[in-house]
Write a protein that binds this ligand. Structure first.
Ligand code: SRM
Ligand code: SF4
Length: 577
């Protein structure tokens, strides 16, 4: 048994608990009255607490914001539906599974698309109530589920998409799967509610998460340097793989990353994770559990805005948190092993792995898989799935890898790739290094466009780079429709966060490898203003940069932007010189 200190290191428990704590406590281990709501044909939605509880089972209630006012005028209820997020540790999915989810998206959802997410999984948007149970039953038949992909639990566990060093990847991926399983809710609610599972007499018990689950969402990633393609610093818990001769020996452990903030509330801020030290691979689950339970017991359950691990760490002190973790796990962190990140993007095109298999990374703009005019990419991927013997790997940059192609099948896959326009050689490096969250029309929290704004604005950025002779360069550019950070703008060299329709905050000065938070440069500005600012700054970059100097580093060195060094203290400090 692990040792725990029974009291919190401060007086947090004297504050009244947030309403989410009540609803978790009263939910009967996440069941609520979802079963009754599913049978209620009068509304497309979920009532009272169930609206929140369905999130723990991987669903969000949404409606199409483009259609809202039209439907209100026609005195109709909004077109209520759910978005489903699948659990897919490490992003690996088989061609057979893909074909079934492809069919479900086409035949049973309002939008017909599959959306690859920034956390290596896929979402269906627009599932109407009568399709909800069949959808979960389909996932179950495929060996998939959507447990804990949302809500106050450990979410989908990421793992670097690295098909090249296949042995190291296979080991790291196994850990990502084990961590996901170990930290999963153990309640039978999902099976009972959605799969018509048998009700057992044994009481539910949540040995790791506890009966009221975590204070807030919790995110975990496994990263294999030198590629930081999962943005490990966006996570509450990061495992940085350390290998020797292609074999995994252990991990450096990072704690307390997270990217969201709330406008106007300076007690919220994005934060990169803190290095706790090195552990041997065999201790991964013990350490993961100790970190999760420390956050479970010490996290703020009164104010959800300050509830994530990053705030707990700052509140109680890094050393106090770390010592508690060591005591609970019965393991001491060793000094961190040296490692280096050299990049973040995916490696596009064909690469050959050390196992002699071929792997093809496809660029999927915004992760949206749909048949577009002249580019039937959804049909194309399904056609490949019909003949592919390896697997598909979803990346944390919303792209797709066709992995494990034997030499003999490469030509056939290549011909399908060409036929369906899946590999466009003209896509610039800038476009590949750009990313947006979903935002309108499905995200209820969006203040501005992101996914639908990105493609055109990237063309503008391409134009600016070309104007100054930098067309072979790129800037890590990310847009989110609000300050929640789903497209990870707070780890970009240039990050936009939506303020209102057509207006954004502009953040500058992150680095290319995802270890520095950018700083607010201008608030609430129009797209035209953003274009003009970027034009002028790129001009300076082209004129004054050091050899191979990246845009974010140039802005810091030249003093245009003060670096954010310790976000808890200086994220809101004086912005621009
Ligand atoms: Fe996110 C909420 C979409 C990755 C921080 N996120 C949402 C919701 C569910 C809106 C809502 O609460 O109703 C969005 C649904 C939009 C839609 O229609 O699909 C949404 N988040 C996404 C996705 C799909 C964006 C994408 O374009 O790929 C990503 C799904 C990941 C997954 O598969 O699990 C997604 N969200 C992220 C990330 C990036 C990451 O984890 O690497 C972040 C920032 C990292 C972090 O957590 O600090 C992120 N999402 C949030 C937050 C702010 C959390 C906080 O700390 O305050 C919210 C709002 C909330 O939780 O209250 C949110
Ligand atoms: Fe929605 Fe905001 Fe997340 Fe974008 S960043 S998907 S707008 S919650």
């Amino acid at each position: 048994m692990s040792k725990t200190t029974n009291t919190k290191p401060d007086n947090q428990e004297q504050q009244p608990l947030s309403d989410n704590e009540r609803l978790k406590r009263e939910s009967n281990f996440l069941r609520g009255t979802i079963v009754e709501d599913l049978k209620d044909g009068l509304t497309g939605g979920f009532t009272s607490d169930n609206f929140q509880l369905i999130r723990f089972h991987g669903m969000y209630q949404q409606d199409d914001r483009d259609l809202r006012s039209e439907r209100t005028e026609e005195k109709l209820e909004p077109l209520i539906n759910v978005m489903l997020r699948c659990r897919l540790p490490g992003g690996i999915i088989s061609p057979e599974q893909w074909l079934s989810i492809d069919r479900f998206a086409s035949e049973e959802t309002l939008y017909g698309s599959i959306r690859l997410t920034t956390r290596q999984t896929f979402q269906f948007h627009g599932v109407l109530k009568p399709k909800i149970k069949p959808m979960h039953q389909l996932l179950n038949r495929l060996g998939l589920d959507s447990i804990a992909t949302a809500g106050d639990v450990n979410r989908n566990v990421l793992c670097t998409s690295n098909p090249v060093e296949s042995e190291l990847h296979a080991q790291a991926y196994e850990w990502a799967k084990k961590i996901s399983e170990h930290l999963l809710p153990k309640t039978r609610a999902y099976a009972e509610v959605f799969l018509d599972g048998e009700k057992l007499d044994a009481p539910d018990h949540e040995p790791v998460l506890g009966s009221t689950y975590l204070p807030r969402k919790f995110k975990t990633a496994v990263v294999i340097p030198p590629q930081n393609d999962v943005d490990v610093h966006a996570n509450d818990l990061g495992f940085v793989a350390v290998g020797k001769n292609g074999k995994l020996t252990g991990f450096n452990v990072l704690v307390g990353g997270g990217l969201a903030m709330t406008y106007g509330d300076k007690s919220t801020y994005p934060r990169t994770a803190t290095e706790f030290g090195y552990i041997d691979a065999k201790n991964v689950l013990k350490i993961a559990e100790a970190i999760v339970t420390t956050q479970r017991d010490w996290g703020n359950r009164s104010n959800r805005r300050n509830a994530k691990t990053k705030y707990t760490l700052e509140r109680v002190g890094i050393d106090v948190f770390k010592t508690e973790v060591e005591s609970r796990a019965g393991i001491k962190f060793k000094p961190a092993k040296p490692y280096e990140f050299t990049g973040r993007g995916d490696r596009f095109g064909w690469v050959k792995g050390i196992d002699d298999q071929w792997h093809l990374t496809l660029f999927i703009e915004n992760g949206r898989i749909l048949d577009f005019p002249g580019r039937p990419i959804k049909t194309g991927i399904a056609e490949i799935a019909k003949i592919h013997k390896g697997d598909f790997r979803l990346t944390a940059n919303q792209n797709l890898i066709i992995a494990g192609v034997p030499e003999a099948e490469k030509t056939l896959i290549d011909s399908l790739v060409k036929k369906y326009g899946l590999l466009d050689e003209s896509v610039s490096e800038q476009r590949k290094d750009s990313m947006a969250c979903v935002a309108f029309p499905t995200c209820p929290l969006a203040m501005a466009e992101a996914e639908r704004f990105l493609p055109e604005f990237v063309s503008d950025v391409e134009g600016i780079l070309k104007k100054y002779g930098l067309e072979n360069e790129s800037i890590i550019f990310r847009v989110t429709g609000c300050p929640n950070g789903c497209g990870r703008s707070m780890l970009a060299e240039v990050g936009l966060t939506g303020k209102a329709v057509g207006r954004y905050n502009l953040y500058l000065g992150g680095d290319r490898i995802g270890t520095r938070i950018p700083r607010l440069y201008k608030e609430n500005i129009t797209v035209e203003e953003i274009r003009n600012i970027l034009d002028s700054l790129v001009q300076s970059w082209s004129a004054k940069r050091l050899k191979n100097e990246d845009f974010g580093d140039f802005l810091i060195r030249s003093g245009i932007v003060h670096p954010v060094k310790d976000p808890a203290k200086d994220f809101y400090a004086e912005t621009v010189i």
